[in-house]
Every structure is written in structure tokens, then in C-alpha cells.
Design a protein around this ligand. Structure first.
Ligand SMILES: *[C@@H]1O[C@H](CO)[C@@H](O)[C@H](O)[C@H]1NC(C)=O
Ligand SMILES: *[C@@H]1O[C@H](CO)[C@@H](O)[C@H](O)[C@H]1NC(C)=O
Length: 327
């Protein structure tokens, strides 16, 4: 038995050498394939000067540029709420010269929630950098993060007029409700884009973005779940009920069935059909739902129609995918 250990560990060394050398060969093959993709019909993108040269097929470029719309939106909302300014006050270069957002305000938050919102803000800025270091991207589109826009979403979800109007910047709970609206949409978009990506480079970036977006969504949902039984002051609506209604609205606007669930679900709808608490949304197998760019645009435009802009993007989203859908 004493002889077994050294023999096994030298086996590990040999195996490691084999793995490393096959990775190196794999790297060389990947380069050759990149060269293939430089030829038509692919119009690859050469990365930024000084950065590692990156060539991606046009379809990967399009799929990585599309989420910039949502990352800009999340950046503007979280940074305004946490800090009282948006991307212009953090790194104006990242705006690409796009117009300032409409209606951002510093939110009245507890120190704990402001701390989290600040972290989300800078995480989104990092995401913008990550995407723009990989694809050229586009300037920040016009984004509406006004009280009026969030108020309209909540009123539509509840099918009632709220008095006083819903204000996402008014307090921590309203801010969390408004936040419930954002990263989840990006998350489903990343899940939907993943199988369409061709290159490992694009999939690596997307997995990194997806991991953090879904973590943000989980944090928001957990904080709301803790408050699930509390009611929104002045409306008499419970937090769990409101999340269910917002998710239902998104299902309607997405027009592709149930891909969104509130914090509490009906019997048989939670994990393994057993739980009714639903702190994280998922399908029958607790896998994240996927959405296409068309579904996402219908939701963030608030129109249910990817060619009819409005809502968070009064002049429409940017990038080849969104622009190709304009009627
Ligand atoms: C913005 O870009 C300019 C020109 O490339 C550069 O000089 C400047 O340092 C950049 N600013 C920031 C905040 O990165
Ligand atoms: C919304 O409320 C109105 C008026 O109370 C009602 O007639 C209508 O059926 C409701 N719509 C939905 C989708 O519940």
C-alpha cells in the first residue's frame, strides 16, 4: 500500500502534462479558426488598440452588443439611486456621447440598501467596460428611469391607479421593487443568448455577465422575500403579491408563456413541485428561464412589441438586433 501513493502522484503529473499540452494545441487551433472567421461572410471585430486581438463572427458581436442596452439601463438606475448621478459622473467616456438619462434621482435608502445599490452600480459599470473591451458597442441610448415610467409599470402590473403614484426613489422597499424589474430581464436574455454564441471567447464573457446578473437578482429577491408579507404603505398591496403581478406583466409583454415568477407561487409550481416559496425563479427543473431579444424588447419597451419602442427606451434600444426589428 505504501508504494501506491507515489505511483498515483506520478500518474497525476503525467496526466497534467498531457492536459497542458493538449490545451496549448487547442489554443493554436482556436487561432486558426479565428482566421477563418475573418473571411466573409463574417465581419469580425478587432479588439481595442493595445488589447488582445479579438475576432468574433458578426452573430457573436450582435449578441454581445444587444445586452449593452440593459447594462446601460441598470447602470443608470443603480448609480442614480445609490449616488445621485449616472454614468456621466463616473466615466463619461463609457457613455459614448449618448444623451443623459431621464428622471434619475438619489433614492432615500437605508445605509445597508444604499451599500448594496452602490455595489450594483459599479458592477454594472464593470459590465459595460467588459462588453466594450470585447465588441465596439454603441453609445448609451436615451433611457427613461423616471418615477413616471416605473409608476406606469407598477400601475399596469396591478391594474390600478396608485395614489400617491409609485416612486422607486422614495424608500428602500420601493427601490427593491423597482430593482426586481431590472436584472432578471438581463439574466433571461443571457440564458437565451448562450446557445446561439459560436466562440468560446464570447461564451466566457457571457457566463461572467450572467453569473453576476443572476447573483444581483438573487440578492434583490432575497431582500424582498424577507419583506414578502409586509405591505406597501398607502397601497395595501403585499410585497409578494406585487412581485407576482410584475412577473405576470412581464410574461404578458414577453408573449412566450411563463418565464417569470413572483416570490411565492401556487401549489406545484415551486422547486420539484414542492415548495411554494420561490426566492429564485426557475422552470420545472429549477433551471433559469431564457428569453430572446424580441421578448426582452417587448418587456423593456412596455409595449409587448419589439418594433414599438417606449418604456425604458423612449427612442428604442440600439445595436443591430434591436434596429433590425424596427418596423
Ligand atoms: C476618456 O478618454 C480620453 C481620451 O481617450 C482619456 O484621455 C481620458 O482619460 C478618459 N477618461 C476616463 C475617465 O477614462
Ligand atoms: C383591470 O381593471 C378593470 C377595472 O377594474 C377591469 O375591468 C379589467 O377587467 C381589469 N383587467 C384585468 C386584466 O384584470
Amino acid at each position: 500500500m505504501a508504494m501506491g501513493a507515489p505511483a498515483a502522484s506520478s500518474g497525476v503529473v503525467i496526466a497534467t502534462v498531457v492536459v497542458v499540452s493538449s490545451l496549448l494545441c487547442g489554443g493554436a487551433r482556436a487561432q486558426d479558426m479565428d482566421n477563418e472567421w475573418a473571411r466573409p461572410p463574417y465581419r469580425g471585430y478587432f479588439g481595442p488598440p493595445g488589447g488582445s486581438m479579438m475576432m468574433l463572427p458578426q452573430s457573436d458581436v450582435d449578441l454581445l452588443e444587444f445586452p449593452l442596452n440593459l447594462e446601460y439601463l441598470e447602470t443608470e438606475f443603480f448609480c442614480w439611486a445609490a449616488l445621485g448621478y449616472g454614468l456621466d459622473g463616473i466615466d463619461a467616456n463609457l457613455t459614448g456621447g449618448g444623451p443623459p438619462s431621464i428622471g434619475g434621482q438619489s433614492a432615500s435608502l437605508s445605509p445597508f440598501i444604499r451599500d448594496i445599490a452602490t455595489q450594483f452600480c459599479y458592477q454594472e459599470v464593470g459590465h459595460l467596460r467588459a462588453i466594450k473591451q470585447t465588441v465596439r458597442g454603441f453609445p448609451r441610448p436615451l433611457i427613461d428611469i423616471s418615477t413616471a415610467n416605473f409608476g406606469k409599470i407598477v400601475e399596469t402590473a396591478l391594474n390600478m391607479t396608485l395614489d400617491p403614484p409609485f416612486n422607486p426613489y422614495e424608500n428602500s422597499i420601493n427601490f427593491l421593487i423597482a430593482s426586481y424589474i431590472l436584472p432578471y430581464v438581463g439574466l433571461t436574455g443571457y440564458v437565451g443568448a448562450n446557445p446561439k454564441l459560436i466562440t468560446p471567447q464570447a461564451r466566457k464573457l457571457l457566463a461572467g455577465l450572467l453569473g453576476v446578473e443572476s447573483a444581483q437578482d438573487a440578492v434583490i429577491r432575497t431582500l424582498l422575500y424577507e419583506r414578502g408579507m409586509s405591505h406597501l404603505a398607502s397601497y395595501g398591496v403585499g410585497v409578494a403579491e406585487l412581485t407576482a403581478q410584475i412577473s405576470e406583466l412581464r410574461n404578458e409583454l414577453g408573449r412566450r408563456g411563463v418565464k417569470d415568477e413572483g416570490l411565492v407561487v401556487g401549489p406545484g409550481q415551486g422547486a420539484e413541485g414542492i415548495t411554494q416559496g420561490n426566492v429564485i425563479a426557475g422552470d420545472r427543473l429549477s433551471l433559469a428561464y431564457d428569453r430572446t431579444p424580441e421578448e426582452i424588447l417587448g418587456i423593456v419597451y412596455g409595449t409587448g412589441n419589439p418594433s414599438q419602442h417606449g418604456g425604458f427606451f423612449p427612442q428604442g434600444a440600439d445595436g443591430r438586433i434591436a434596429r433590425s426589428l424596427v418596423a
